[in-house]
Design a protein around this ligand. Structure first.
Ligand code: CTP
Length: 415
């Protein structure tokens, strides 16, 4: 068998380009999600070989998965298409990973005991354990998931080297609500991309601020800005992919939390500072992407400010907000190098000059400059990395790609 590289719709520059994934389906209603997962893996550039158990075929047809993967599906260990009649050996030797999604309770139990009476379990057992990782996406009823037998099996499978991707929570096909759903395809995709990412930030605790802040004028109005939070969320995701423990302190934005990231939602600059100060003692890297409001109304009115009929606008007075980045950069841990502080700067002109001046003013070793009006709300950006040695450009790319490059740069500075 040769690896097919021109699968339909595959992105050669995607996050999984060059990876060959064997996608195993065991029996469960979540098989319907596996079709979308297969598509998503291919879109990111992977080639996908599907293997199904007999039980999986009760839920979805091999025809669907063949059409989506562009390869005929394997369902039997007796498949005569293989010249040596050893599909379990051939399929597992060419895989970069085997992903079982959905992985039923029964299939977990079988894997645990080294059962091998169908192609999928046989292939998992026959895989070279040190070369071909096994990733499992469990899917089952909440009682089955919570059962001591399943939990015991999961712990032992982990001890045996499998990676358990976790389960989702919510409404289940059986009508009950709880833990045990298979993760959604975009969540699984994020986990698989992270799995393949080199762990440049292993052991690091990364604290990120993101989004705008909201400074209340009265209970219904406030001052905010156009920051979308996308760059900060991309930084959090990239840091987690690289193996860091990540806490994301987010101003008011409606972006989904990156997988595996702890999120703290805040509103005002003051709230953001408090959250950051609470988490800072454990952090080894602080990345300030938030567009913090420089000023807040000196005192927010308790009731909505009404027009008084005079035609005069109300007079507002302002107080300067704390500078979160400068506060951390001046802390003893930052000064001794235990905490690496990275700032961002949204400028409108003379990016290099302004960014270099801001870097020195804030006292940070690395400041990342960008042209604010050209990036707010967009999915792409161009960055200028400014440090004591000078500057380096990261040309226009998606915010996630830039975030990954920045993570690599930061990892280099930690050495
Ligand atoms: N920052 C912060 N707290 C503030 C203001 C800014 O932590 N109160 C951080 C931002 O998250 C960013 C960096 O400082 O990492 C620079 O933010 P920016 O708004 O560009 O700079 P300002 O200090 O507000 O300077 P100016 O408005 O004069 O350009």
């Amino acid at each position: 068998m040769t690896k097919q590289v021109n699968d339909p719709g595959s992105d050669p520059g995607g996050d999984l380009a060059g990876k060959h994934v064997v996608l195993g389906l065991s029996g469960g209603i979540a098989c319907y999600k596996a079709a979308e997962l297969c598509r998503a893996l291919i879109k990111e550039g992977a080639t996908v070989q599907v293997v199904m158990t007999e039980a999986a075929e009760q839920f979805i047809t091999a025809v669907t998965l063949q059409a989506l993967s562009g390869r005929s599906v394997y369902t039997s260990q007796w498949d005569s298409r293989e010249a040596n009649n050893m599909a379990h050996i051939n399929l597992s030797r060419e895989a970069d990973a085997i992903l079982v999604a959905p992985c039923s309770a029964d299939f977990m139990a079988k894997l645990l005991h080294g059962g091998a009476d169908d192609l999928l379990s046989l292939m998992c057992l026959a895989r070279p354990i040190d070369k071909v990782p096994l990733l499992l996406a469990p899917a089952m009823n909440r009682q089955m998931w919570a059962h001591p037998a399943t939990q015991r099996n999961m712990a032992q499978l982990q001890a045996d080297g499998a990676t358990i991707l976790g389960v989702g929570t919510g409404f289940q096909a059986c009508g009950e609500t709880g833990d045990g759903r298979m993760l959604e395809p975009p969540e699984l995709l994020e986990d698989i991309v992270a799995f393949f990412t080199p762990k440049l930030l292993a052991g690091q605790q990364v604290l990120v601020t993101a989004g705008p802040t909201y400074e209340a004028i009265d209970p219904v109005r406030g001052i905010t800005n156009l920051s979308s939070g996308k760059m900060g969320f991309a930084m959090a995701r990239a840091a987690r992919e690289a193996g860091a423990q990540v806490t994301l302190v987010a101003g008011p934005v409606s972006l989904p939390t990156p997988r595996g990231v702890t999120r703290i939602d805040v509103k005002s600059a003051q709230n953001m500072l408090e959250a950051v100060l609470e988490k800072a003692p454990a952090a080894t890297v602080f990345i300030a992407t938030a567009a913090v409001a420089d000023w807040r109304p000196a005192s927010a009115a308790e009731r909505k400010i009404k027009k008084d009929g005079s035609g005069q606008a109300p007079r507002l007075s302002f107080t300067e907000n704390p500078d979160i980045l400068a506060t951390l950069a001046q802390s003893p841990r930052a000064r001794t190098g235990e905490l690496l502080c990275v700032g961002f700067a949204a400028e409108s002109h003379d990016l290099e000059g302004n960014a270099q001046a801001k870097r020195q003013r804030k006292g940070v070793p690395l400041l990342v400059g960008n042209i604010g009006p050209a990036t707010f709300g967009r999915d792409d950006n161009a960055l200028l990395l400014v440090d004591a040695q000078g500057s380096r450009e990261l040309p226009r790319a998606s915010k996630l790609r830039l975030a990954r490059q920045l993570v690599a740069d930061i990892a280099g500075r930690l050495k």
